[in-house]
Ligand binder design. Structure first.
Ligand code: HAM
Length: 427
């Protein structure tokens, strides 16, 4: 027997039995984004490796160890996108869409990070990514957060809390970086290997360490919020005032630093207590310097991404069910002529009402087996085609969800009788 091929570790199938919650989440999010004025865009899954190095940052976990990078046949170094912001910014610049214009865009699709897979953390995962480009805020910062708060409400998800912080300007952060390096150098013997490595490249990421042994040192480290520039302080205060005015609860977390280098000023994260270690369901922030850094004209921007697998899991935990819509009609046949006529009849019924869901029994089977399939399909009504009845010009119609009598319909009346039967069944 040939060996069965297994999927790539950390990359999952979403099977028909599970797709209902995905589609529910996607439809709800899409309609909300459109309602707030965001338009969909689609960018490639593959970009030049350099794009991610220059945007996410050389010393981040993503770029250092998690990217799926390869040389293509032409010798170019390409990478499967680990996130969408870099690609969208590249698209806005390379399509010449800046020129002082503003853009509210979103995209949805798979991202790839070679992380250690565990519950809620995968190597191929999906994000809704939302970007407001050309907006200096803090009004747009607050509106984006309001959008996410409304999304949880619409989805019926309760166990999420919002944390916010300000990372200040790059200048303020670079001054703070100096302070942080001096502080951690003074405690160098107590640092773990990861933190020692980060000390040279990205000391802010030490604050993000999950190692329990590091927590006492981190707790006493200087706080960026004590060293913010005046404008960032005002921006953050205005964001808080907007959130207060909209009654959106939040926690200010001065340790929230984020794992990508392009952020400045506002950062935020929605986390949950329902999913275990992988608790971030939606995170983002402002990236005022990124567009200029990638060669575009200096343009402020902010965005966030939501992890779809994690939110689908929250929906499941909240007991949201999204039953798959079964067919309206299941066509049962007996005899050769009936089998042929069934397909033709189904096409005529689809012509009459295009959105009608019709399943024709394919692959034969006796009457009993066909009715069992009809029942399992969830169809409201069965049409029964037999060679003898067809020869007389009749088709039988049977309600599958109530005890109404089976009726014989003359062929020309079938559409009207079916419409009446479905209306009586609430369709
Ligand atoms: P991120 O925090 O790296 O930000 O990812 C955003 C969200 O994607 C996370 O909060 C989480 O829900 C989900 N996520 C991340 N990694 C995984 C994984 N391995 N498995 C499952 N879910 C995951 C970004 O990607 C930024 N581009 C967000 C952004 C947009 N900032 C500005 N604009």
């Amino acid at each position: 027997m040939p060996a069965i091929l297994q999927p790539v570790r950390g990359m999952n199938d979403v099977l028909p039995a599970d797709i209902g919650l995905w589609q529910h989440l996607e439809a709800t999010t899409r309609s909300l984004l459109e309602a707030y004025g965001y338009a969909e865009c689609r960018v490639p899954l593959v970009e030049r490796t350099e794009l991610f190095k220059r945007s996410i940052g050389e010393f981040t976990d993503i770029v250092e160890k998690e990217m799926y990078t390869f040389l293509d046949q032409g010798g170019d170094s390409l990478t499967l996108r680990p996130e969408a912001t870099a690609g969208i910014v590249r698209a806005v610049i390379s399509n010449g869409l800046l020129r002082g214009q503003k853009h509210k865009v979103w995209c949805m699709g798979p991202m790839f990070r070679h992380e250690r897979p565990q519950k809620g953390r995968y190597r191929q995962f999906h994000q809704f990514d939302v970007e407001a480009i050309g907006y200096a805020g803090p009004d747009v910062d607050a509106e984006l957060i309001a959008l996410t708060a409304r999304l949880w409400q619409r989805l019926g998800i309760g166990r999420v809390t919002l944390q916010i912080n300000s990372l200040g300007t790059p200048e303020a952060r670079s001054r703070f970086r100096g302070l942080l390096v001096s502080y951690f150098r003074a405690h160098e013997p107590r640092l773990d290997a990861d933190s020692r490595r980060r000390l040279g490249g990205n000391p802010l990421r030490i604050l993000d360490s999950k190692n329990p042994d590091m927590q006492p040192i981190i707790a006493d480290a200087p706080l960026l919020s004590d060293h913010l520039d005046t404008e960032s302080r005002a921006h953050f205060a205005a964001l808080c005032a907007h959130l207060d005015a909209m009654n959106i609860p939040y926690v200010i977390n001065p340790r929230l630093v984020r794992g990508l280098d392009y952020y400045s000023r506002t950062v935020f994260e929605w986390s949950t207590d329902a999913l275990g270690a992988q608790d971030a369901v939606c995170s983002g922030g402002r990236y005022d310097g990124l567009i200029a850094q990638l060669g575009g004209e200096p343009t402020p921007a902010i965005g966030f991404a939501m992890g779809i697998e994690r939110v689908v899991e929250l929906l499941r935990i909240a007991g949201v069910v999204s039953p798959r819509a079964g067919p309206h009609v299941y066509i049962v046949t007996q005899g050769e002529l009936a089998e042929r006529e069934a397909l033709a009849l189904a096409e005529r019924l689809r012509n009459a009402v295009p959105e009608r869901r019709i399943t024709v029994n394919l692959g034969g089977g006796n009457f009993k087996a066909q009715f069992r399939r009809a029942d399992q399909s969830g169809a409201r009504v069965a049409l029964i085609l037999g060679d003898d009845e067809l020869a007389r010009g009749f088709v039988a119609l049977k309600h599958l969800r109530n005890d109404a009598q089976q009726i014989e319909c003359p062929m020309p009346e079938i559409e009207a009788r079916l419409a009446a039967a479905l209306a009586a069944a609430g369709n």
